[in-house]
Ligand binder design. Structure first.
Ligand code: ASP
Ligand code: MG
Length: 412
């Protein structure tokens, strides 16, 4: 017997037929003798629709009311799922955020979970009752509804798994696991049996959209074993058909590089002839920060003359126009020569905990790219990741070459 949390994303509960199929999966786990809690998202597309209504109503709006509106999708699915379970003879009830309660801070629209008391849920699970949670929502200290940021029901699931001491948190989605890279781009991508929390965190923040980054952070912090698996495949009695996200120590055959992520959501700005004196970087990045524009990669050259240097950095595509305008407006004051904008770039990141103990990982990357004539524009590294910026048209070629270079290709 195990205690498990089963989380179903929007495509897995897209219509009533699929909700009934979800209930069947849950019933199978209950009949196998497990204690089960379920976390559901809104039906596919519903949160977008609700968000659209809010934006249509007013350009600027009260985020507390936004949360009231967009959290409604999960309320519907939790009730329907409970009804579907009851219809199949399974004892079940729905739980909204405020009923549990799932306590969060008051950062409406992207609230953080602070506390969940799982004792009552655990007691009921022990009696064979399935708890069906509305994901994505919580309640703030004033008793008002909050939401956890888009994709937040993953985080709800992990937090609930931690609160009830679950043996496993299964995230059911429309893919059957985490792949070495995007299988739509690289046909020889392979499904990973296991990946470490840290690697998953890098993959999630570098563009792989399977799990919300915050959910991975929380799983890592609380040691929750997460499994990504498909709700579109026939139910199986196998306990680990997907990808397990676990502590590094659990992974016996660790590869040097586990995965390659890419993000087209990048834009590059180069400032030439930037005066080389203290305070200039602060002068450039200060105004961007004030406008909530996140800067990712930064390179600054050593200035040969000691007077002026070039500075290149990246922002998200959605922030690009604002960032360019902001800096153009301050040209006099910042004293740079020229601003060269380029939103035709892609960031490619190779990720693996094995990098900590192996030399030459970066060299393999540089060599593979140069053999294909792909120019590297910017490089940045962390302990377990190397990222490069390349021209967007090379995305596919770069991914395929690197996938082969690191020995990740599936045998055909
Ligand atoms: N329904 C919310 C969203 O679409 C939360 C989630 O699905 O994880 O962002
Ligand atoms: Mg999701």
């Amino acid at each position: 017997m195990a205690r498990i949390v089963m989380k179903f994303g929007g495509t897995s509960v897209a219509n009533v037929a699929r909700i009934k199929a979800v209930a069947e999966r849950v019933r199978a786990e209950v009949e196998a003798g497990n204690e089960v809690a379920v976390v559901v998202s809104a039906m596919a597309g519903v949160t977008n629709e609700f968000e659209g209504y809010v934006r249509e109503t007013a350009r600027l709006f009260d985020l507390r009311e936004y949360d009231v509106v967009v959290s409604a999708g999960e309320q519907v699915t939790s009730g329907l799922t409970a009804i579907a379970l009851q219809a199949q003879g399974v004892t079940a009830r729905s739980w909204l955020g405020w009923q549990v309660p799932i306590r969060t801070d008051d950062a409406h629209g992207s609230a953080r979970i602070e506390d969940i008391d799982g004792s009552e849920i655990v007691r009921r699970m022990g009696e064979g009752q399935v708890a069906v949670f509305a994901g994505f929502q919580g309640v703030d200290p004033q008793g008002r509804v909050t939401t956890l940021g888009r994709g937040g029901s993953d985080t709800s699931a992990v937090a609930i798994a931690a609160a009830v001491g679950a043996d496993r948190c299964d995230i059911y989605t429309d893919v059957d696991g985490i792949y070495t890279t995007d299988p739509r781009v690289v046909t020889r991508a392979q499904k990973l049996a296991m990946i470490s929390f840290e690697e998953m965190l890098e993959l999630a923040s570098q563009g792989a959209k399977v799990l919300q980054t915050r959910a991975v952070e929380m799983a890592m912090r609380h040691g929750v074993r997460v499994q990504v698996r498909s709700s579109f495949e026939a139910p199986t009695t196998e306990t680990t058909p997907g990808t397990l996200v676990v502590d590094e120590d659990e992974i016996v055959e660790q590869q040097i590089v586990s995965g390659i992520a890419y993000s087209r959501d990048e834009a590059k700005i180069t400032l030439t002839g930037v005066p080389d004196r203290p305070g200039v970087a602060a002068g450039i990045f200060g105004p961007l920060t004030e406008e909530h524009i996140n800067v990712d990669m930064i390179v600054q050259n050593v200035s040969p003359s000691g007077e002026a240097t070039d500075l290149t950095f990246t922002v998200r595509k959605g922030d690009f126009d604002r960032a360019v305008k902001l800096l153009q407006d301050r040209r006099e004051q910042l004293g740079y020569q020229e601003l060269r904008p380029d939103n035709n770039v892609c960031k490619i990141s190779v990720i693996g905990v094995g990098m900590r103990s192996h030399a030459g990982v970066a060299q393999t990357m540089f060599k593979a790219l140069s053999e294909r004539g792909i120019n590297i524009q910017v490089i940045s590294t962390s302990e377990i990741k190397i990222s490069v910026l390349v021209a967007e048209e090379y995305t596919e070629l770069a991914l395929r070459s690197l996938h082969t270079a690191y020995g990740l290709d599936a045998e055909t």
